[in-house]
Design a protein around this ligand. Sequence first.
Ligand code: ATP
Ligand code: MG
Length: 446
Amino acid sequence: MRLTRYFLPVLKETPSEAQIASHRYMLRAGMIKQASAGIYSWLPLGFKVLKRIEQIVHEEQARAGHLAMLMPTIQSADLWQESGRYNAYGPEMLRIRDRHDRDMLFTPTAEELITDIFRGHVSSYKDLPLTMYQIQWKFRDEIRPRFGVMRGREFYMKDGYNFDLTKEDALHAYNRHLVSYLRTYERMGLQAIPMRAESGPIGGDDTHEFLVLADTGESGVFYDSEITDLRFGDRDIDYTDMAQCQAVLEEFTSRYARTDDTHDEAVFHERVPEARRREARGIEVGQIFYFGTKYSEPLGATVQDRDGNQVPVHMGSHGIGVSRLVSAIIEASHDDNGIIWPEGVTPFHCGIVNLKQGDDEADAACEALYASLTALGLEPLYDDRKERAGGKFATMDLIGLPWRITVGPRGLKNGVVELTSRRSGESEELPPEQAVERIAAIYAGL
Ligand code: ATP
Ligand code: MG
């Protein structure tokens, strides 16, 4: 993409309504624009990051054997009356009346609708286990939407639902999700902490939240300082293997505790020596639930078991805050000059800065770099504006592309360009072909 052809409405001034870094930078980098309180348009740069995150979620769901589908955002109130949540959900649910005076709602979550689909089509234990998910807009009329897309009213969420014959099978689905979420967040450059939590209006017995450490987080967490070395990496997990999933879960969950849970804190104290205990704040980027027959019983989602008895299925649900992740990643990865995208979610793989636009040699070198990167399947953002170098660097720093290639007549005389890491700020001079190879190698490993 050439910057002169792109829509990147960068703001020089810091918007006064933005209190945290991610909100400030998303507005300043022209990623989003508020449409009304807690409701945002996603401009091209922001939309690209949202789609990268969504793609990672899809790939990891497929790896765990879950099926993608899509349900409507507007639902009839009927099913919610059947489950009892229409009255219980409260003012966070946006209620709508259609022209025939029928009660409708903008869905905050979809346990009822998926259970209705299940009961209409599945009748035997032979069709289980089954896990389906969607990535779809949700609406919750939050009393205090704030921090941009971090706490919006309309937000983009992955919500998945598992159906199992027994509690044991459903708990395996729970563990499988926990493990698959760890891998999902790690691919986004995040260390997400799985922590036992409260269940809220979704209800249920077992639940874990996933927290990304950041000072602006709403939850308190104690953690083991050695946990930062714990990496999911390329472990070859067999998601159908209960024991394997359980072992990973234990490895990752035993070294954290909520600051507001005395039981967990006591366990944490038993396991982690004092010198390694740390306290921090975290942003919730996902949650998984096991809730047994809470929805299948009232909605009559039963199957015939091996002995021919009709039994309600055991269920769980699992959410990832896809739009919130855009801001959570920025909270976890930025500096005073702007965003620092992890390679896994960056909107463009690298920037190309032409220090002397209009100079034949510099222009030709930039075009050649652009062509070679594109031919390798990479997406560069070429700053081809006739602007001074300082302004171009400031824009690149703000929008946070992890790698920048700087091209100028002086370097070209010696046959080199400059490759700069956004994260470390370190630069290296090397021939253009080597810069391309280096960038290709970095992304090939992802
Ligand atoms: P919170 O406690 O932050 O209000 P929640 O526990 O009500 O969130 P869940 O029902 O667990 O939310 O939804 C799954 C995920 O969706 C959350 O982990 C979060 O990442 C995201 N999410 C929930 N509410 C919002 C919101 N208002 N804006 C953006 N993302 C949200
Ligand atoms: Mg939650």
